[in-house]
Design a protein around this ligand. Sequence first.
Ligand code: PLP
Length: 398
Amino acid sequence: MSLAHGRPYLAIPGPSVIPDAVLAAMHRASPNIYEGDLVDMAAGLVPDLKRVARTEGHVAIYIANGHGAWEAALANTVAPGGRVLVCATGRFGHGWAEMAEAMGIATEIVDFGRKTPFEPARLAEAVARDAGQEIAAVLAVHTDTSTSLRSDIAEMRRVLDEAGHPALLMVDCIASLGCDVYEMDLWGADVTVTGSQKGLMVPPGLGFVFFNDRAAEVRRRLPRVSRYWDWAPRADPEAFYQYFGGTAPTHHLFGLRTALDIIHAEGIEAVWARHATLARAIWAAAEVWGEGGPLTLNVADPRHRSHAVTAMRLGTPHGARLREWTEREAGVTLGIGLGMSEEGDPQGRGYFRFGHMGHVNAHMVMGLLGTVEAGLAALQIPHGRGGVMAAAEVIAGG
Ligand SMILES: *Cc1c(COP(=O)(O)O)cnc(C)c1O
């Protein structure tokens, strides 16, 4: 017997759960791409996206995943032969750096490892070494989805301003936008990249690059930008097709329209508060489980934990066995340990992650935690009793 029959729950950190209303909005015949609903809708998406990123700047939309948005951000700001500094708090920081290298950009990494948070002093040192101010941009990942470390973007801005360094501050918010508090303008990010399939609750396939006037000016000074990635016509189109450099991502746009309506009906601050409380419920359960067994939260200090994803370690073989059990026996798919290789565990199978981004609420998180607790018991993995109760107390307390 398996208890998995019924509605499955993909609790991995992206793609996230898609609201039924978003799926329903996408379920339609191909729309006309020259006039009508689709064309009328496009202009309204822009201000509603900017309200999610909290910016008065510009946004370019690409048919691309997050990797495409990474490339787009770099293509518009740093010429081949230029230099960037990357603050890495996990696999995705290194991934963006590799993207830059492949574009002929020299890359210096300030590596904070996989458990310890971004530290302003180390960025300040790296910036101070750049006496000639050759670094064109500092790249940062707000929430690194592999480690679940969240970085303090406002502090990065402060470091750059105190050093009087003109580098652009470019932030990967692919995992955090629409989940964790993010204030692009207030915090002083010049460029923000994200994708559709995490906090925005739309299937993978749209990449977004938000940029301010300072970044737009940097773009204008580049000798050339590859045509597809050029953000200028997308952010300031004279014709509908220019938004997308060709055929529009028709169905994704209807899905996005509905997702933005859902976000703004709740209110972005309420969305942030919901994610914060659900994250605290998860941590409360994990901390209790860890009191009686090997489970540990990857990030020790709650101030540096993401509200969208939680990485945990159970050690081998428990981590992989737990994931197999929850999926096979209960219909809940947990995230793999990504980029968490360690001695004796080259694949990071001792790690696993919960995705809790976007369309998640209290009963889903309680179901997730209850299932994991059942899995720990079924597999006789030692753990402290009462994790679900601890989470319920957080939920009860609001
Ligand atoms: C998911 C993710 C990416 C990669 O996005 P893709 O759509 O898979 O290309 C990059 N950075 C972060 C922080 C992510 O969470």
